[in-house]
Design a protein around this ligand. Structure first.
Ligand code: DI6
Ligand code: FE
Length: 405
């Protein structure tokens, strides 16, 4: 079924850049874009459905390339304690923090996890998100990591949404492996990853490289295992300290290295050479009251593609809005609105290995786009969250998120 979407302007992000077509026409054939350009140059489209977009600005569907949106429980009680001055480390020491979410996630049924994750995904979709990543990492044993990843797969089947599943088994040390981190990493590499990859549940492998999590040596072991299994890697790196995990990630041609507040210029050079995307997560920066800014200028200077994501998780970034992250990327990290938009479209697609099919409005790519009732694209970064009126098109079909229950 061919459609001609007209009476709109487009911010295409073609070629990784912010480029604008005024008075644009988009021709779609089924789930793909067949042609996009200025109306004056549009080919005769003959017998097709015509859709009037009423002067809207069209952007690629937004992509949230780093979320932990499948989890049990919440940590609002710990949030209150932290506001009273109890430190994150104290909470973790008495079994709170990530460990408390691991307990709640292990206790939850797959259906219960699916229901809460679906509600969060729908919230993002209402804002124009058409693709997102879901990480495991609150199961930390084979059965529970499988349960989380199965929920991610089910979200992609049940919703008009592209979902990439990332195995983050090396997120934290489960209690049954206390003081035995190397043994846990051996379990991850020898049993969990091979089984989960064989089940078809893993699109990428991630790890948390930090003093409070896993060392670069342990992460490298996980990366080698992923390479042997033919799965690309990503890394939580340089969030709280500088271990040069991002350089290690670049050596393994990682899709992305994420957080990066404490990265160095040499890390940026390594990432640029490897084509590894820098995923910045202003929600976690804000919630932790971090003051060390990620080195935006070094990333720009070395042409490292910069993505922005919600990091939606119950501890450090209970961020239910990707659009809010556009504002935070600009206000907290001094990104431009154009950079922020690239960060949730074309660069986010690259961070998920989807750049040849998603992330920009170009002939041959998926017909995933959002028509926004705004005067200028910068408004996407300007309004602090909130529901901007929009029409969301996925795979060439307009979807009504409010009616997906
Ligand atoms: N970095 C983070 O910010 C989250 N995980 C990670 O590796 C925190 C997850 C949590 O606190 O539940
Ligand atoms: Fe994260």
């Amino acid at each position: 079924m061919k459609k001609r979407w007209q009476h709109c302007h487009a911010a295409t992000m073609a070629g990784g850049k912010y480029s604008v077509i005024e008075d644009a026409v988009i021709l779609t054939d089924g789930a793909r874009i067949e042609w996009i350009g200025p109306r004056a140059a549009a080919p005769e489209s003959g017998d097709c459905e015509r859709v009037d977009l009423d002067g809207a600005w069209v952007t690629p569907g937004l992509i949230d390339c780093h979320t932990h949106l499948v989890f049990g429980g919440d940590r609002s009680g710990e949030f209150e304690e932290r506001l009273q001055g109890v430190s994150y480390a104290e909470i973790a020491a008495r079994g709170g923090g990530i460990a408390s979410t691991v307990r709640a996630t292990r206790e939850a049924s797959e259906d219960a996890l699916f229901d809460t994750a679906k509600a969060r995904a729908l919230g993002l979709m209402r804002e124009g998100v058409t693709a997102l990543e879901v990480k495991s990492g609150y199961g930390l044993d084979l059965a529970n990591e499988r349960k989380m990843l199965a929920v991610a797969r089910r979200l992609g089947e049940a919703l008009p949404l592209t979902v990439r599943a990332t195995c983050l088994a090396a997120h934290a040390l489960p209690p049954e492996y206390a003081n035995r981190a190397d043994d846990y990493i051996a379990y991850v590499c020898d049993e969990m990853l091979p089984a989960l990859v064989a089940d078809g549940l893993v699109d990428a492998v991630d790890a948390f490289c930090e003093h409070i999590a896993f060392s670069t040596q342990q992460v490298e072991r996980v990366f080698r295992c992923a390479r042997d299994l033919g799965v690309p890697v990503k890394l939580h790196a340089e969030q709280l300290s500088s271990l040069h995990g991002s350089t290690l990630a670049a050596r393994y041609r990682a899709l992305s290295a994420d957080h990066l507040e404490y990265m160095t210029e040499d890390d940026a050079i390594a990432m640029a050479q490897a084509g590894t995307v820098a995923v910045l997560l202003p929600g976690a920066f804000y919630m932790l009251r971090e003051t060390q800014l990620p080195p935006i200028d070094a990333l720009r200077r070395h042409h490292v593609p910069i993505a922005l994501a919600s990091d939606l998780n119950p501890g450090t970034s209970p961020a239910l809005s990707l659009r809010m992250m556009l504002n935070m990327g600009c206000t907290l990290f001094r990104m431009t609105p154009e950079e922020a938009l690239a960060g949730v479209t074309i660069h986010a697609a690259k961070a998920l290995g989807l750049q040849s099919t998603h992330g920009s409005l170009e002939a041959g790519k998926a017909a995933d786009f959002v028509a926004w009732r705004i005067g200028r694209p910068a408004e996407l970064s300007y309004w602090l969250g909130g529901a901007l009126p929009n029409r969301v098109v996925r795979g060439g079909v307009e979807i009504d998120v409010a009616r997906i229950a």
